[in-house]
Design a protein around this ligand. Structure first.
Ligand SMILES: Nc1ncnc2c1ncn2[C@@H]1O[C@H](COP(=O)(O)OP(=O)(O)O)[C@@H](O)[C@H]1O
Ligand SMILES: [Mg+2]
Length: 303
């Protein structure tokens, strides 16, 4: 009964939206990455002092939030992203972008911590949800090879499996912080958030709570590099991430993905197998006119 399906889907959405995604722990050193932490990823709090924030310029806004170039006292510059929705959106089917980005950033940091210990064995061409989940949990502490095989030399991967040994270049995340709700009224007009849909700005400005922002490394403008994009695409697939919208060059600078709201980890709300199996950045790379001849020696998963 379609009505009941929609009801069940909405119940699942509301349950996902209610999952906490912020960790009060300060972002110092590497995070813990046990299976339980990957099941319930939470971004740690930034060590930067929100009281020392200086807004330098507007970088722009999109469907999920607005981004400024900021400093914190002597530290910076950074990119500060503040999401239009500071609470889960009411509309059925909508994802909660702040939750998605915080979870993605937490997952990347856990994966990085895992790779710092040892390479991670994954399916080379993961097919579908089950293998995506297995690959995802290959990064957890319990599966770290030194614990399993002390002093062992790395055995060759079996056919169909491969080792991931480094995290590709990703925009670094410095954690979340809380900004006072009266901050916006103190900003000059030319520094205010804006969007062609004013209701988005209003949602943020009329929030009666202090709001949460996420601090990222500031990525300078630059040419996109097809090889770097393909490397990240392969990593995302092997690590269980799906693109929720077709990848678009406007979300990349210097071959680095700057907008992390268009991808989702395999346990996150909005992950689905069809998106996962499409996975390809090829369509986007076809628009790159830098003369790079894109070789595809990695066969794509069948659609
Ligand atoms: N880390 C960053 N470094 C530099 N510019 C950024 C960074 N993050 C976002 N931006 C800029 O801010 C704008 C909006 O950011 P984006 O993350 O795409 O927002 P949304 O998720 O709402 O689409 C983009 O045009 C992008 O160029
Ligand atoms: Mg965007």
């Amino acid at each position: 009964m379609p009505g009941m399906d929609r009801y069940a889907a909405e119940s699942r959405r509301l349950l996902s939206m209610s999952m906490p995604f912020l960790n009060e722990e300060l972002m110092k050193g590497t995070p813990r990455f046990r299976g339980q932490d990957l099941r319930d990823p939470r971004l740690r709090r930034s060590t930067l002092d929100p009281k020392a924030i200086v807004f330098e310029s507007r970088l722009g806004g999109g469907s999920d939030g607005f981004v400024w170039k900021v400093r914190f006292g002597d530290e910076g510059p950074f990119a500060l992203k503040v999401f239009w929705d500071q609470v889960p959106p009411h509309e059925p089917g909508l994802y909660y972008s702040m939750q998605r980005e915080c979870q993605n950033a937490a997952v990347f940091q856990m994966m990085e911590a895992s790779l710092d210990v040892d390479p991670v064995l994954v399916y080379d061409h993961p097919m579908g949800r089950k293998e995506a989940i297995e690959n995802y949990f290959s990064f957890c502490e319990e599966n770290c090879r030194p614990n399993l095989l002390p002093n062992a030399t790395k055995p060759a991967a079996l056919p169909g499996a491969t080792y991931i040994s480094t995290l590709p270049r990703l925009t670094k995340c410095y954690g979340w912080l809380k900004l006072r709700k009266d901050l916006w009224s103190g900003l000059p007009d030319d520094m205010q958030a804006s969007h062609e849909d004013p209701s988005k700005v209003k949602r943020l400005m009329s929030s009666h709570m202090d709001c949460i922002g996420v601090v990222y490394e500031l990525i300078e403008d630059g040419e996109n590099d097809a090889a770097a994009i393909e490397e990240l695409d392969r990593f995302l697939w092997q690590a269980g991430f799906a693109f929720t919208i077709p990848p678009n060059l406007k979300d990349w600078k210097n071959g680095i993905m700057i907008d992390h709201a268009g991808i989702v980890h395999v346990r996150g709300y909005g992950w689905n197998e069809d998106d996962y199996m499409k996975r390809s950045v090829e369509g986007m790379l076809a628009g790159l006119d830098d003369g790079t001849d894109i070789q595809d020696d990695e066969p794509l998963a069948p659609e």
